[in-house]
Write a protein that binds this ligand. Sequence first.
Ligand SMILES: [Zn+2]
Length: 266
Amino acid sequence: MDETQARKLIVEIGKLMYDKGYVTSSDGNISYRLEENVILATPTQVSKGRMSEDMMSLTDLDGKPLNDRRVSSEIKMHLLIYKMRPDINAVCHAHTPHGTAFAAAGLSIDAPILSEVILTLGCVPLTAYGTPSTSELTDSLKPYVEHHNALLLENHGVVAYGNDLWQAFDRLETLEHTAKIAILAKILGGANDLPKDAIEKLINIREKAGYLTEAARCQACGYLEHTDIKCSLDAESVNNGNSNGAKISFTREELIELLAQAANIA
Ligand SMILES: [Zn+2]
């Protein structure tokens, strides 16, 4: 996608985020990786519902400005994701009400209750609170970025990312929809988890279809949290702040079994 198209699409997605109530006032931000080291991003202090194509900021991967539009102070979070995930080219950050309610309550979105979510998103972990726009926030995200496609930011909001702008937005939307359903199901007495074999099938399908890679099996929340097993990939991420080159120490079958066990115990 060229820069003109990317600017248009960021304006369109900003309007959608605002119209859907995912952001108010000047909350939230959207960015797109134009080239390996060139990021197009929403500017600071502007409503995402009232942006125009000429407003966008350009920075490099270290946040150095490449034009005269002041970028959102939360760009650090986007840059961390681009640096850790070469497969990611777009990031959406918002304060969606239901997703942020989970984040404010100190909860992950991690129950295996909806097939579509296991297929396209995976579980969404809660990351520890860090002051927005500081390295406190990016430090707390580091252990999770590699193996998840969306994160909850404790007492703050949510962030989702993808191959392109639509995938990032779709993941944000799926996260918010799932949070809403989980809250409604709780009011009705609680959601039932999917059975073990159903989870296993969904994980196989999502990899065959290319919705998620095997990296998503190694998730720090939810499906694994009821076991004593810690994922070696996440442990290395915590230690190094970067898991490039880390190795998965479980076989595919072992991980499926673990996920299934966790679902049964839950
Ligand atoms: Zn925010």
